[in-house]
Design a protein around this ligand. Structure first.
Ligand SMILES: *Cc1c(COP(=O)(O)O)cnc(C)c1O
Length: 397
């Protein structure tokens, strides 16, 4: 077992930071009141939520009454899509445009709506993992209710031309939602300047606790409730507020967006070093555009190995990472994201995602680059597929 521990799975989740933890701790015991209660203890928390809503709005370039707190990125995506679909279907708009490589919170919501009479256009993705804004425009119809395209992909880190897509949607009078869960804190996001009508965030991807999210909804947009009940969140999202989560996501959002250029400047050289180092291994490929990608994302395919085996061995060396073939549902199907790029199943199976944050160092990158070739050699030496490939001289990438 290794002494070193490198957490390279920020795209999966992050730790609550000290600053965020200190800010939210009082809300578990001292300030435990229900924000809807009439007495001081409740009122104080109501005021704390009003303040948090202002802070979130301020970061996103929105108004406080356009910010709704949810239970995370999945809920925000579900609410945005189902809420718009429900309202606009009354006007005969039953068409939605999305892409083939969205997060499952978007894709499975669209599939659900398909069963309820909606038609969905799944735009193809370029081999570099980018959506072409022209294709969005070409797909818009008279009955299009919504375009939903993610800001940055969670597996391959590619950053989509969101301001361009926003402008196209505005010009055509179609609502535009973006899942900005991975983009926030890594790309400057401004909902007004970028013509975004609805936007999803998840706290645990940027050092707030798990189970808290944000949905921005531009004023004037009609959105049906997803959660019915009490009058919280302007009557739009019932349930006693997650006060520590709300305070935490506001603080974490301010911290995450305080110095985006600084973060990019620090992480980009480390990312590029990792990419260059891994691509020195024979029969490897980078997944996703090399430059239009998150500064903390590396995604590569390594022919002749299984992603799972690689992850298990990396873990023994203290490196925690992820693979596009992660069998989340117990199936061994490769990720829909990698397949959308046109990768063959065998190539998609041997993929590795390293996603890291500000604490990542040059030493961490060096250590990863020392370990990976050793593991790859070991796995390839046991792989019948690699053996037959090398015997036939065939190359998969
Ligand atoms: C993590 C993630 C989600 C889901 O967020 P949760 O808060 O875990 O529900 C949605 N979209 C993207 C792009 C993500 O990375």
């Amino acid at each position: 077992m290794s002494e070193r521990r490198i957490y390279a799975d920020h795209a999966a989740t992050t730790a609550v930071s000290d600053e965020v933890l200190q800010e939210i701790l009082p809300y578990f015991q001292e300030h435990f009141g229900n924000p809807s209660s009439i007495y001081g203890r409740g009122r104080e928390n109501e005021r704390a939520i009003i303040d948090a809503r202002k802070r979130v709005a301020n970061v996103l370039g929105a108004q406080p009454n356009e910010i709704f707190f949810t239970a995370g990125g999945s809920e925000s995506d579900n609410w945005a899509i189902k809420g718009v679909a429900d309202k606009l279907s009354e006007k005969g708009k039953k068409h939605i445009i999305t892409s083939a490589f969205e997060h499952h919170a978007v894709l499975h919501t669209c599939e659900f709506l398909e069963k309820h009479g909606f038609e969905i256009t799944y735009l193809p993705v370029s081999p570099e993992g980018l959506i072409d804004p022209q294709q969005v425009e070409d797909a818009i119809r008279e009955d299009t209710a919504l375009v939903t395209i993610m800001y940055a992909n969670n597996e391959i880190g590619t950053i989509q031309p969101i301001p361009e897509i926003g402008a196209i949607c505005k010009k055509n009078g179609v609502l535009f939602h973006t899942d900005a869960v991975q983009a926030i804190g890594n790309v400057p996001v401004n909902v007004k300047a970028q013509n975004i009508d609805l936007l999803s965030l998840s706290g645990h991807k940027f050092h707030a606790p798990k189970g808290i999210g944000v949905l921005y909804v531009r004023r004037g947009i009609q959105l049906s409730n997803l959660i019915h009940g009490g009058g919280q969140e302007s009557g739009k999202r019932a349930g006693t507020e997650n006060v520590p989560g709300i305070i935490g996501i506001a603080k974490a959002l301010e911290l995450a967006t305080a110095d985006i250029p600084g973060k990019i400047a620090k992480l980009t050289p480390l990312r590029d070093k990792l990419i260059d180092g891994i691509l020195k291994i024979d029969q490897t490929r980078l997944n996703g555009d090399r430059n239009r990608r998150l500064a903390g994302n590396v995604n590569v395919s390594i022919v002749g190995i299984e992603g799972e085996s690689l992850l298990l061995l990396l873990d023994q060396y203290g490196i925690q990472a992820s693979s596009g073939s992660a069998c989340t549902s117990g199936s061994l199907d490769p990720s829909h994201v990698l397949l959308s790029l046109g990768l063959a199943h065998e190539v998609a199976h041997g993929s590795l995602r390293l996603s890291f944050g500000e604490e990542f160092t040059e030493e961490d990158a060096d250590y990863i680059l020392e370990v990976i070739p050793q593991i790859v050699d070991r796995l390839r030496s046991m792989s019948p597929m690699w053996e037959s490939l090398t015997q036939s001289g065939k190359r998969l990438v």
